[in-house]
Design a protein around this ligand. Structure first.
Ligand code: HEC
Length: 226
C-alpha cells in the first residue's frame, strides 16, 4: 500500500512540476505584464509600441498554405546562459539593417492578428526575412520552384499560387523568370496569382527589428560574436 502511495505521489510530481513551471508560472507572469514606454534618451523614441505592420491578406495566404509548419518567426532569447541568439545572427546577407537584429520579445507580436511563431525549423527563420529578401521576382521563382534556386531544397513547390497560361502577344510583365530546365513549354508563361502577390508582399514586410524599450540599447552595447 505504501508503495502504491509513493508511486502515485511521484507520478503526480512528475506531471505536476512541469505543469507548474511551464504553464502556471508563465501564465501568472505574463498576465501581469504592463506596457513599457520608450525612453527618448536611451531608445531614441517616445511613446509605446509600434504597430505590427503585417496584418494583410498575405498573412492569411501564409497560414492557408501552411508555411508556418516549416518556418518560424521567432528569434530565441538567451536563456540560462545558452545562446539562442547572437548579435548579427541572420544578418550575413547584404541588405543588413543599420540596427542589429535582436531576440524577439512579446511586444513584437502585439497587434498581430495571428502570431506565427511556428513550431519547427525545417526552413530558415523568417522573422527578419524582409531584410535579406531578394527581389520580388526572385521570390516568385523560389515559391514556384524552390529547386530552381537551390537544387537541394526540400521546400514544396507552390505551383498552385501561379497560373500557367498561353502567351498572347508579348510576354506578360509579371511572368516568372525560370532557368531553362524549369521553364514552361514553349508558347506558355507562368504568372503569379493575386495570392502569390499578397504573399510576397507579406514576406518582404517581415522585419522584427525595431528597438524595444531598454533592450534596443542593451543589444547595441553587447559585444558581437562571430
Ligand atoms: C516542408 C517544409 C517547408 C514548407 C511547408 C515551406 N518551406 Fe520555405 N523553405 C523550406 C526549406 C527547407 C528552405 C531552405 C531551402 C531553400 O531555400 O529552398 C526554405 C526556404 C524558404 C525561403 C528562403 C529563406 C531564406 O532565408 O533565404 C523563403 C522566403 C520561404 N522558404 C518561404 C516559404 C513560404 C512563403 C512558404 C509557404 C507558401 C514555405 N516557405 C513553405 C521548407 C519549407
Amino acid at each position: 500500500m505504501t508503495n502504491f502511495r509513493t508511486f502515485i505521489l511521484r507520478l503526480a510530481a512528475a506531471f505536476g512540476l512541469p505543469w507548474l513551471c511551464l504553464i502556471v508560472l508563465p501564465a501568472i507572469h505574463y498576465q501581469q505584464l504592463t506596457p513599457v514606454a520608450y525612453d527618448k534618451d536611451k531608445d531614441g523614441l517616445d511613446g509605446y509600441f509600434p504597430q505590427a505592420p503585417i496584418n494583410g491578406q498575405g498573412q492569411l495566404v501564409y497560414i492557408s498554405e501552411g508555411c508556418n509548419q516549416c518556418h518560424t518567426q521567432m528569434i530565441r532569447p538567451i536563456q540560462l546562459g545558452l545562446d539562442g541568439w547572437y548579435k548579427g545572427w541572420g544578418q550575413d546577407q547584404e541588405a543588413r539593417p543599420a540596427t542589429p537584429a535582436r531576440p524577439n520579445v512579446l511586444r513584437d507580436y502585439l497587434g498581430e492578428r495571428y502570431a506565427l511563431l511556428g513550431i519547427q525549423r525545417i526552413g530558415p527563420d523568417l522573422a527578419n526575412f524582409g531584410w535579406r529578401a531578394p527581389s520580388a521576382t526572385a521570390l516568385y521563382q523560389h515559391l514556384y520552384s524552390p529547386r530552381s534556386v537551390h537544387d537541394w531544397s526540400t521546400m514544396p513547390a507552390y505551383t498552385g499560387l501561379f497560373k500557367l497560361q498561353k502567351i498572347q502577344g508579348p510576354i506578360s510583365e509579371g511572368a516568372v523568370k525560370l532557368p531553362k530546365k524549369f521553364a514552361p513549354p514553349a508558347g506558355y508563361e507562368v504568372v503569379p496569382t493575386q495570392e502569390a502577390k499578397q504573399l510576397v508582399e507579406y514576406l518582404l514586410s517581415l522585419k522584427k527589428d525595431y528597438p524595444v524599450p531598454g533592450q534596443g540599447a542593451a543589444v547595441a552595447a553587447s559585444p558581437a560574436k562571430k
